[in-house]
Design a binder for this molecule. Sequence first.
Ligand SMILES: *Cc1c(COP(=O)(O)O)cnc(C)c1O
Length: 389
Amino acid sequence: MREDRLALTHVGEHQKEYQNAVVPPVYLTSLHIFDDMEAYKQHKESGAYVYGREGNPTVRILEEKVAALEQGASAAAFSSGMAAAAAAILAVCKAGSHIICMKDVYQPVKGILNGYFIPKMGMRVSYWNGQSLEELEGLIREETALIWIESPATFVFSAVDIRGIAKIAKAHGIKTYIDNTFCTPLYQKPLTMGIDISMHTISKYIGGHSDIIGGILVVKDEALGEELRDHIRQWFGGILGPMEAWLAIRGLRTLELRVERHQKTATAVAEFLERHPKVEKVYYSGLASHPQAELIAQQQSGNTGLMSFTIHGDERKAMELVNHLKIFEIGCSWGGFESLALCPLINVEKEELDFLSLREKDRGLIRLHCGLEGTEVLIEDLRQALEQI
Ligand SMILES: *Cc1c(COP(=O)(O)O)cnc(C)c1O
């Protein structure tokens, strides 16, 4: 935690380089100039900044901080979480590659695999339920290049065995990717458990104020880091903007304090819901009753503010409940200061529910993000809304 706190506050910052300003500037520049042609000729060796699509000093500070938090060798920041996700596939895979992807991943990832990488790049994808390691091993083929996981995943908060997966992947020379957004780099360190690429959506807790979109990849292997930063990001042009990087740096300074509070509130809210007679089932990775509590304790040192639950009654009743909430706003994101509620599965086809091994009942799943308005206020809001249905 000591190192984490230093990363949140000081790592990557060099006040002497900017007039001893305690807060680093937003380098709003697309270009860096040179004293003479000799300096330009040497720019690769000297590591000088050249052009904003390749790198930016404010973005670099953010990258150094998140790399330190994840105990990685380097990081590359992108203009969105999805830009980061796509860059990881582009760096690791080629036409014809096979990917093993967990079924319960962030939905747009399946969109980009099924809608682009399979039809346009001739890749193959096997979807895996995330649970049986034997089944995972059985899916591996000659062309398998990447195993894609998310833990805990954000519909029903099931965890996957990160160390077990990394071990199998290593034995077969396959790269592994995890979406680590839910835990933040504070509460889960996948690179220390053998994962190759850890991704965070800056748009969620790192930004923390619902005012930026961004993503970041962290790796242990510097060669892969260079491929991501100096090739894929530069060629496809997905670098994070300097203003967003500056806001993310500011977000990091309070990350520990914020996620502690999100966790404390969410735990109390989940326990309240679990005891409520109108609630059928609560999904929160921080509950003592979580069926994978032991695995979660082995790989996470905390949980954050996101959970879901079902009520007794159909999806119309669930929508009615959400409509009665006054503090929880209706919205699809999370990780900001504000509490949010949504029925994220309201429109999905029956086939998709089956694919995700969810029940017809889960169509009425209510997802909550517990923000920073205070535990009592949020519990009271849920209590009054539950009373009205
Ligand atoms: C929001 C989100 C993403 C995508 O991030 P964007 O910045 O919106 O592209 C990826 N994974 C998870 C778990 C998310 O919640």
